[in-house]
Design a protein around this ligand. Structure first.
Ligand code: NAD
Length: 350
C-alpha cells in the first residue's frame, strides 16, 4: 500500500496531514509513504525530517495522487481535481455539504472518499475535535484583534480593566469549538454567554466553568443578548450536514456597530445568514459596520500546533485503512462520503 501526502493548496494553509513521527510508524508497518516536497515546511518539518523517518520525497502532485491512498488535510482544490480517479482512496476533511464542486468531482471520478469530520467512534467525532478546539481558541484571538480601533473595531478590550466593564462574548454551540472559545474568553475576563440546544452540552461546560453563563438556545434568548454583544462566535454542528442559520440578518442588525462576528461553522456553510467564506489572506470583511470573519481553515494559521494534533488523531485510522478491510469497520463506514460514484453519507443525501 502506497500512501501519498501532498502539500496543501488552500491559501495560506500551513498544516501537513502526518508528521515525521507518524510517517515512521507507517513505514515500520511496511507502508510506502510518498511526500510532496515542501509539504511540512510551514509546520516546521523539512523534507530531510520526513526522509529520515522513511518517506520518499516526490516532486510532483501527480506522483502523490498515483498512490493507493492519499491522506491530506483539506478538501481537494481545483488544481487537484484532474488527478482524482476511480479506485483512489482519499482521507481528509471534506465538508461536502458546503463544497458541492468537490462532491461532484468525487462522484464523477468515482473516488472512495472518507471525511475526517464525520468519522464517529462511540458517538464522538475524534478527528474533528482537535481542530475544533484550536478553531474555538483562534476565534477569540480574531475577535480580540479586530475589536481594536485601528483594525476597524469599536475599541473594546474583551477583558476590561479595573472599574470598567469587560466585553461581552456570545457563543452559539457548547460543543468542542464553542467550549474552547468560551473558556478562553472567560480566562481573559470577558463576560461570556453560551447557548446550545443540548442541556447536556451546557451542563458539561457550566459545571466545570461557573463563570460562563450557559443558556438553552432559543431565538428570544439570543435576541436579548445581541444589543450589547462585542463578539459573537458561531460554533454549532449537525454532523455532515449544512449548519442551521441561527443568526438571521434581522438579528445581526441588533449588534452594535464595530463589533465582530466569527463563524467557525463556515466550513459547513455557516450559522450566520448571508456570511461569506474568507481565507487567511483577508480573514475579515466589514459590512453594515460589523466585521465578519469566516475562515474555513482556521487551524491552518497555527500549523505547528495543528499538524501535530491532527497527525496524532488520524494516525491509528490511517494505519487501519492501510492495512485492513475498512468495509466492516463502523468508524470508516461513518466516515465514508462517496464510493463508486454514489453519495454514501446520509447527511449528504437530503
Ligand atoms: N472554520 C474552521 O476552520 C473549523 C475548524 C474546526 C471545526 N469547525 C467547525 O466548527 C463547528 C463546531 O464543531 P464542534 O466540533 O464544536 O461540534 P460539536 O458537535 O462538538 O458541537 C456542536 C454543538 O452545536 C449544537 N447545536 C447543533 N445545532 C444547534 C442548534 N440548532 N441550536 C443550538 N445548538 C445547536 C450541538 O448541540 C453541539 O453541542 C463545525 O461546523 C465544525 O466543522 C470549523
Amino acid at each position: 500500500m502506497k500512501i501519498g501526502i501532498p502539500r496543501e493548496r488552500k491559501p495560506l494553509e500551513g498544516r501537513v496531514a502526518l508528521t515525521p513521527l507518524a510517517v515512521r510508524d507507517l513505514v515500520t508497518d511496511g507502508r510506502e509513504v510518498m511526500l510532496e516536497t515542501g509539504a511540512g515546511i510551514k509546520a516546521g518539518f523539512s523534507d530531510e525530517d520526513f526522509r529520515a523517518a522513511g518517506a520518499q520525497i516526490v516532486y510532483s502532485l501527480e506522483a502523490v495522487y498515483a498512490c493507493d491512498l492519499v491522506v491530506k488535510v483539506k478538501e481537494p482544490q481545483p488544481e487537484e481535481f484532474p488527478l482524482l480517479r476511480p479506485g483512489l482512496m482519499l482521507f481528509c476533511y471534506l465538508h461536502l455539504a458546503a463544497c458541492p464542486d468537490v462532491l461532484a468531482q468525487l462522484l464523477e471520478k468515482q473516488v472512495t472518499a472518507f471525511a475526517f469530520e464525520t468519522l464517529t467512534v462511540s458517538g464522538r467525532l475524534p478527528l474533528l475535535a482537535p481542530m475544533s478546539a484550536i478553531a474555538g481558541r483562534i476565534a477569540v484571538q480574531i475577535g480580540m484583534h479586530y475589536l481594536q480601533q485601528p483594525e476597524g473595531g469599536a475599541g473594546v478590550l474583551l477583558g476590561g480593566v479595573m472599574n470598567t466593564p469587560p466585553g461581552k462574548v456570545v457563543v452559539l454551540g457548547a460543543g468542542t469549538a464553542g467550549s474552547h472559545a468560551a473558556i478562553m474568553a472567560s480566562a481573559l475576563g470577558a463576560d461570556v454567554w453560551v447557548l446550545d440546544q443540548s442541556e447536556a452540552a451546557l451542563e458539561a461546560l457550566h459545571s466545570q466553568h461557573r463563570s460562563i453563563n450557559a443558556l438553552r438556545y432559543d431565538e428570544r434568548a439570543l435576541a436579548m443578548l445581541l444589543p450589547d454583544t462585542d463578539l459573537l462566535i458561531g460554533a454549532v454542528l449537525l454532523p455532515g450536514a449544512e449548519a442551521p442559520h441561527l443568526v438571521t440578518r434581522a438579528m445581526q442588525d441588533k449588534l452594535p456597530r464595530g463589533r465582530i462576528v466569527v463563524d467557525i461553522a463556515i466550513d459547513q456553510g455557516g450559522c450566520v445568514e448571508g456570511i461569506r467564506p474568507t481565507d487567511w489572506r483577508q480573514p475579515i470583511y466589514w459590512e453594515n459596520g460589523l466585521g465578519y470573519a469566516a475562515v474555513t481553515n482556521m487551524p491552518g494559521a497555527v500549523p505547528r500546533t495543528s499538524a501535530q494534533a491532527l497527525s496524532r488523531a488520524i494516525l491509528p485510522h490511517v494505519r487501519f485503512l492501510a492495512g485492513d478491510d475498512w468495509h466492516s469497520d463502523r468508524a470508516f463506514r461513518s466516515a465514508l462520503a462517496t464510493e463508486k460514484g454514489q453519495v454514501m453519507h446520509p447527511a449528504l443525501r437530503s
